[in-house]
Design a binder for this molecule. Sequence first.
Ligand SMILES: Cc1cc2nc3c(=O)[nH]c(=O)nc-3n(C[C@H](O)[C@H](O)[C@H](O)COP(=O)(O)O)c2cc1C
Length: 182
Amino acid sequence: MKTWILNGSPRKDGNTAYLIEQLVRRLDGESKIFFAYDSVASPCIDCRYCWNHDGCSLDDEMQEVYKEIEASDNIVLASPIQFMGLSAPLLCVASRFQRYYAARKFRKTEPFAMPKKGAFILTAGGDGGAKYAGAVARLILKEVGADCLSYAMSLRTDVLPSRNDQKVLEEIGKMAKILNGA
Ligand SMILES: Cc1cc2nc3c(=O)[nH]c(=O)nc-3n(C[C@H](O)[C@H](O)[C@H](O)COP(=O)(O)O)c2cc1C
C-alpha cells in the first residue's frame, strides 16, 4: 500500500507535521510526504495543453509527483488553515492537478485505473472555521481520483497544540484504519 501526503505547512515540526507523523506511524506500507513549501514547481499556467493531451506541458518536479500520485493507493492533504483556506503553496501544487480535471472534462478519459482513498487533515488557530478549507480539500481529492473517506481537524492550536488534542488524535487513528482498509 502506498500513501502520498501533501503537507501544506511551512513548519516542519508544527501541528500539521505532528498529525502527519502520527498518521504515518499507523499506516501500513510506504508513505511519501511532499512539502509544498519546499516545492519549486510552477503553478498551473492554464496553457490548456492538457485539454488535448495526456500530461502537463510544464517539465518540472511535478512530473515526478504525477508518477507518485498515479502509483498511490491513498492521497492525504494536510494543511494549516490560512485566511480560512488551504495554504497558498499547497494550492500552487494542487493547481497542477488540473490535467486530471481536463482529462475527464475535455478528453472524456478517467486518468486513474483505480479509485484511490482520500483524507484530509486541517489545523487552525481558532478564527473563521474550516468549512471552506474542507470543501476545497474535498474538491482537490476528487481531482486526483480519491474518494474522501476521512478527515481530522485540530482547530484551536492557539490554545491547544495538536499533540495535546485528544479528539484529533482519535480521528487520526480512525483515518489510519480506514486508509489501511480496515
Ligand atoms: C498567514 C496565516 C494565516 C492564518 N489564517 C488563519 C485562519 O484564517 N483561521 C485560523 O483559524 N487560523 C489561521 N492561522 C493559524 C494557523 O492555521 C495555525 O497556527 C495552524 O495550526 C498552524 O499549523 P502548523 O503549525 O502546522 O503550521 C493562520 C496562520 C498564518 C501564518
